[in-house]
Design a protein around this ligand. Sequence first.
Ligand SMILES: NC(=O)c1ccc[n+]([C@@H]2O[C@H](COP(=O)([O-])OP(=O)(O)OC[C@H]3O[C@@H](n4cnc5c(N)ncnc54)[C@H](OP(=O)(O)O)[C@@H]3O)[C@@H](O)[C@H]2O)c1
Length: 380
Amino acid sequence: MKNIVILGSTGSIGTQTLEVLKDLSGFNVFGLAAGSNKEMLKEQILKHRPKFAALANQEAAFALAQEVDIPVLSDVDGLCELACHEEVDIVVVSIVGSAGLRPTLEALKAGKKIALANKETLVSAGHLVMEYADQIVPIDSEHSALWQCLEGRNKEEVSKLILTASGGPFRNYKGSLEDVTIEQALNHPSWKMGGKITIDSATLMNKGLEVIEAHWFFGTDYDDIEVIIHPQSIVHSLVRFVDGSLIAQLGTTDMRLPIQYALTYPDIRTSIVPELRLEQLGALTFESPDFDRFPCLNLAYQAGRIGGITPTVLNAANEVAVAGFMGGKIGFMDIPRIVEKCLADHEKLDSPSLEEILAIDQETRVKAQEFVDTGRMIRS
Ligand SMILES: NC(=O)c1ccc[n+]([C@@H]2O[C@H](COP(=O)([O-])OP(=O)(O)OC[C@H]3O[C@@H](n4cnc5c(N)ncnc54)[C@H](OP(=O)(O)O)[C@@H]3O)[C@@H](O)[C@H]2O)c1
């Protein structure tokens, strides 16, 4: 029996992980943790009966502790303690944003296996996280696909990693992206996900973050990582080999598949997800991304190529800008503007320590928030 902790259990990936675990023998829900959603965590505790819970928000943790009969840890320290508990085997990191960084690193140091959904952690501190490469497996569907396509291959055989992207809700949008609304941006054509990643998918920053994630997961140069738009989201990614041929991984558009594979690897088990029937799909189409309309993709490639602290800046600025857009304070195209401004005047730093990463992350957030607070003025 493997004991599982889910950090971010109340979110889209967290709740889908619980669905997978319900029908998966050999796994036990040991601990559940979230940010501040006390009511939902309480429901999950009553349903899944973990041994421990944790909330990053101290007040919410204190309140929840009065209402349930298990210990409720609090703050980021509480999340770390839960993830590092000696009885824990696997930690699913499905927290959104760089808040996932410390618990991930602490759990890795404690020897835990990590099933990683939280891409911001790898973007922000890839060189620190990948010191523990053999303890980490991907949940992100594209990286799960690449991982499966690369199985048993050596580096010399591989020419390119090709990440597929749905293109988001504005792929064929004819109007100006300056004036699109939050509702339009949240209307993702193929995936149902949390708010932040859905906006990232609309700007294509999500694909940019995934390019950096792929660089760290597979040790691949940025020149050898490509992005292709595939609106049906059935081919989850592809590998081109040196003979010019491609191996692709296809599956139903459902995160419960890569979540389950991350947990059961190297085994493939039966799934609650309906099987993929090619004859029902019609056409699968592919096109090149439009780097001019979606500048975030280029910004991510640039930041990744510079490396060091620069992806931390990219990520922190983007998190604040996306929150600003979702809060109605800035326009959609202000997101890349703010990220670009933060990237333009940061000091480069190679191989930053965790302390330096946390400090620059915070510094960038303050700077980006100033841009958000000046609202649409940043356009001029
Ligand atoms: N959704 C997908 O299909 C998908 C696919 C691939 C990768 N991912 C990645 O997976 C991660 C999670 O995405 P999501 O869509 O599941 O996000 P989500 O639905 O917004 O859920 C986020 C989770 O993180 C928790 N959280 C937020 N801030 C926290 C903090 N400071 N400390 C502890 N927990 C905190 C939230 O708790 P509260 O509810 O209490 O706020 C919630 O449980 C992201 O990095 C995303 O890029 C998601």
